[in-house]
Structures are given as C-alpha cells and as structure tokens.
Ligand binder design. Structure first.
Ligand code: GTP
Ligand code: K
Ligand code: MG
Length: 424
C-alpha cells in the first residue's frame, strides 16, 4: 500500500498558524487518532489534538477531503494549528508514530498529484515556477502554466496531429484497391500550418528568460560614472564610488525589479589599455566577458567605442561629460535627472526580449521536445511514402506526450520535484 505522507506546508515556525498536510490512504485515520472524532468531509471543525497518552497538544482547526477529487488525488487531511515550534514538532512526532505514516520528501505532494493525473508535467513545472516567482511578471507567466494554459495549447496541437494521422490511416486502408495512396487535399496545408504554429512557439522567448532576469551591464572607461549609475538605478550604495580611476575591479551584480520585470544589474571595471594593475586587468577581462553575456549593455564611454549593440548613455549630464550626439539617454547620477527615463527605456527593451505578460512560455526542456515534434513534422511532404508520414506523425505525437509528462523518465521527474520544498 502507498505510504501516507505528512509535512508542515506553511512557512517555518514560529508563525501565527501552521498548516500540516497529510495525504494518502491513512490520512483520515491518522487525523482521527489525534482528534478523536472528525467533522464531515470538506467541513472545518475545531478539535483538541492529543498524543497517544491522551495529553492535549493543541486545539486546532481540522479538515479532511476524500479522494480522488483533491489536490493530490488521494485522501487529504489538514491540521491548522498554532504555529509555534514546539506545537508543530509535537504534532509531527505524534503523526510519525501512526503506522504507515511518514514525513514527506520535498515536492512529494505535487509528485503524487502528477502521478495520479491531477496535473500534468507542464502544470507541475508552472507550479514550481510559481513558488519561486519573485516578480509580478514571473508570477503571471507561472500562473498561466500552472493553470494549464500551456498544456491546453500542446493538447490542441496533439489533436491536430491525431486528425492528420487519421487521414494517413484512411489513405493506407484504401491503398490496396487501386494502388494509389492518395492523401486527401488539404493534408499538406494542415501539416505545414501545424509546423508553422509550433515553429512560432519555438521562436518565442523561453520561460527561463523570466526566471533569470534581464542582464544589464554597465560599461565604459574608468571614472565614466558606471558605479554611480549602478547605485542610482538600485537606489542604494551597493558599489564603491570614488574619484580614483580603477575603483571597481571585480564584477558586482544585483537583482532588481522594475515594473515587475526581473533585471540583474552588473557593474564592471572600467576599460583601459594601460595603467591598470594586475587585479584591475583581471577585472577588465571579466568586464569583456560580461558584455558577451549581457542582454543590454549601457555604454558610458566615448561614442561608438562600446561593444556592438550597446545603448549609448551620456553620463554626468550635470557637468560636461562625453557630450555624445547619439546618446539615447542622458543621465546624472548626482542629481538623478534622466534616471527614470533610462529605467523606462530598460523596461521597453526587456519587454521585447521577454515572453508576453500572462502568456505561458515554454521552458528549455519543453522547447526541446517541441523541437523534436517540429523536426518530425517538417520531414513530411506530399511526396513522402504514406507509411513514413504516419510514422513521423506518431513520433511528433510522442514528443508532445513527453512534453506533458505522459512518458516521462524518472530523472526528469526527480529533477523537477526536487525543486519543490518539503510540504508541497
Ligand atoms: N558631477 C557628477 N559626478 C559624477 C557623476 N557620476 C559619477 N560622478 C563622479 O565621477 C567619479 C567616478 O565615478 P564612479 O561611479 O566611481 O565611476 P566608475 O565608472 O565606476 O569608475 P571605475 O570603477 O574606476 O571604473 C566619482 O568621483 C563620482 O562622484 C554624476 O552624475 N555627476
Ligand atoms: K572611479
Ligand atoms: Mg566603478
């Protein structure tokens, strides 16, 4: 029989309330051992919870849900107790003493939900992202995946593949009669439309872009005002600023959200050909590496001398700076003027790079399986052998099934569910 698992699903104690979740065949019996009797299913009730000696451990709200119409697909019981460390620990000890009941591994509740078909793999991934979401944009994208938006899209493609397969089957059935395996008119078009839809989804930004944030690297010669601008954008004194050329020698990065969009600001050592000491020279090498990794480079140096594609910023606008004609942004970290405009500019750029707000975006793993599906579909042409068409459609469908976790391997599952904390 399946183990019954439990865990503190709320934040770590001490807290006002602690929620202990129990899931599995013995969940309801385990709760009843502590509470003596139970309210009706799906109705909350207040009960004294006792240990095996009959000592009252806490007076708490209890509720239970009969499976399979639950979050895990199993029977679930919940204890909403006082969130003190000792209260929670006494209840956990008592629960551990109930036979067939043990503490849950990280992500085990969600893994059961997946195993019992309550959610598919794409929804589980969305849920993992939702729990780690730190900005509004991350939350909305994760919500869309967790809510099944992405799965519905993939299911739609899968239905279209099934429809195409049916046409191939029909063509094969008739083929002995006149030796012509004619695919119906429209087959080629439907196939290429489907390929086009999947291709455009693949060309859209990946979900990881949202998770990792947009990397904005500040570059320029020593003393061009990079660290000062870095601090002004962060609104804190994270980086050392001084009149001495070569103040910043290492790469400093800080995450920040503008308009709910996650950014990583990166301050670098000023670039110079000579006069730099050993440590600064290493820093300059690192700065150049950062330019390669950057999504956006803000160039504070002389016009046209920055890495290609960088945004020209005229810094120190309160005093004579480089006086760049082509500077898109003119800022003064000393007075703050132009900083808000620069931030809006960063937001605009980020929106072009990131998935559209509220739309579920495919992550790297999902994109990989989508690319396999696309590859199989692209190999189909009207001139191909009908049997080969059928096989390719089947391969494409298998890839989409893997995306949704219908044929997932243990390592994929371990990697995903390991991302969850205990209690989820
Ligand atoms: N007036 C004025 N001075 C500024 C402004 N920004 C920076 N400075 C001054 O310029 C000098 C260099 O500033 P930093 O921010 O350290 O320059 P940096 O580019 O980080 O320099 P390195 O780390 O050495 O490469 C300091 O004395 C700052 O006070 C500004 O907007 N206006
Ligand atoms: K400096
Ligand atoms: Mg600096």
């Amino acid at each position: 029989m399946t183990d019954t698992i439990f865990a503190l699903s709320s934040g770590s104690p001490p807290a006002a309330i602690g929620v202990i979740r129990i899931s599995g065949p013995n969940a309801v019996a385990a709760l009843e051992q502590l509470s003596g009797d139970l309210p009706e299913a799906r109705r909350a009730g207040v009960r004294n919870l006792r240990d095996r000696e009959g000592q009252v451990l806490d007076r708490a709200l209890v509720i239970w849900f009969d499976g399979p119409r639950t979050a895990t697909g199993e029977d679930i019981a919940e204890i909403h107790c006082h969130g003190g460390r000792a209260v929670v620990s006494a209840l956990e000890t008592t629960l551990s003493g109930v036979s067939g009941v043990r503490k849950a591994d990280p992500g085990e509740f969600t893994r059961r939900a997946f195993a019992n078909g309550v959610i598919d793999l794409a929804e589980a991934e969305g849920l993992a992202d939702l729990l780690t979401a730190e900005t509004e944009l991350q939350r909305r994208a994760a919500q869309a995946s967790a809510g099944g938006g992405l799965s519905r899209k993939v299911d739609g493609w899968r239905d279209r593949l099934l429809h195409l397969s049916a046409q191939v089957e029909a063509a094969l059935d008739f083929s002995d009669e006149d030796d012509v395996e004619a695919l119906p008119p429209g087959f080629a078009e439907q196939t290429s439309e489907l390929a086009q839809d999947i291709r455009s989804a693949l060309n859209a930004p990946r979900a990881e872009r949202l998770r990792d944030g947009i990397r904005v690297v500040l570059g320029g010669p020593p003393n061009s005002g990079k660290s000062s601008l870095f601090n002004a954008l962060l609104d804190e004194g994270a980086a050392i600023v001084s009149a001495e050329a070569g103040t910043t020698r290492d790469v400093i990065e800080r995450p920040i959200a503008f308009a709910g969009i996650p950014f990583i600001l990166v301050d670098t050592a000023g670039l110079r050909e000579s006069g730099a000491g050993e440590i600064e020279t290493i820093g300059i090498g690192r700065a150049r590496e950062e330019f390669e990794r950057a999504d956006i480079v803000l160039w504070l140096g002389p016009e046209g001398e920055g890495p290609s594609g960088s945004l020209e910023v005229a810094a120190k606008s309160d005093v004579a700076g480089y006086g760049k004609d082509s500077a898109v942004y003119s800022v003064s970290s000393a007075t703050g003027s132009g900083v808000a405009d620069l931030i809006s500019g960063l937001i605009d750029r980020a929106q072009q790079i990131l998935p559209k707000p509220g739309l579920a975006a495919f992550n790297q793993r999902q994109a990989q399986t989508l690319a396999e599906a696309l590859d199989a579909i692209e190999g189909i042409s009207v001139t191909s052998d009908t049997l080969i068409c059928g096989e390719r459609l089947r391969l494409a469908r298998r890839a989409l099934d893997r995306l949704l976790g219908r044929h997932s391997t243990e390592d994929v599952l371990d990697a995903l569910f390991g991302r969850f904390c205990i209690g989820k």
